[in-house]
Design a protein around this ligand. Structure first.
Ligand code: AMP
Length: 145
């Protein structure tokens, strides 16, 4: 099927920031041929995080998720052929411990739902990438464009 040039939003989450793996994760994205069009540090406030995760507001982990993400994060816009779809593949499944080995979550975290539950915290999974249909809305939220 023909590819289409598009863009998507990434957020390097507080676990990635605290573990000093920002450069490593960005290198994975660049190695895949995707372009880093914008990048900035954001000291995210609760209101922004609540809007970003509004679809999860009925989940048990919602408050803990908002607390955790209200912190320093790195936010970027990734561009390229099928960039939104390829970023989702590169990021991998939500739970790092069961994400495919070649994916960012599979390579750079082994966090699991069971460990997160045992430690009474949300899952730490390194990076967020927009669902392709939500990318432009999330870019507008974080970059105001
Ligand atoms: P994402 O939309 O990829 O940014 O991921 C949503 C976030 O919700 C994840 O990073 C986790 O922190 C959290 N999360 C999703 N499912 C669970 C769960 N079952 N238990 C705890 N935290 C979760």
């Amino acid at each position: 099927m023909a590819t289409q040039r598009n863009r998507t939003l990434i957020i390097l989450k507080p676990d990635a920031v605290k573990r000093n793996i920002i450069g490593t994760v960005l290198a994975e994205i660049e190695s895949a041929g995707l372009e880093l069009a914008r990048l900035k540090t954001v000291d995210a406030d609760r209101e922004l995080i609540k809007v970003h995760y509004r679809e999860k507001q009925d989940e048990d982990f919602y408050d803990a998720l908002v607390d955790w993400m209200t912190d320093l994060v790195i936010v970027g816009i990734i561009e390229g052929e099928n960039a939104a779809e390829r970023m989702k593949q590169l990021v991998g499944d939500t739970e790092p411990a069961s994400a495919a080995p070649g994916t960012i979550r599979g390579k750079y975290s082994d966090d699991s739902y069971s460990r997160a539950d045992a430690e009474d915290r949300p899952l730490h999974n390194v990076i967020h990438a927009s669902e392709p249909g939500e990318a432009e809305e999330e870019i507008a939220l974080w970059f105001g464009e």
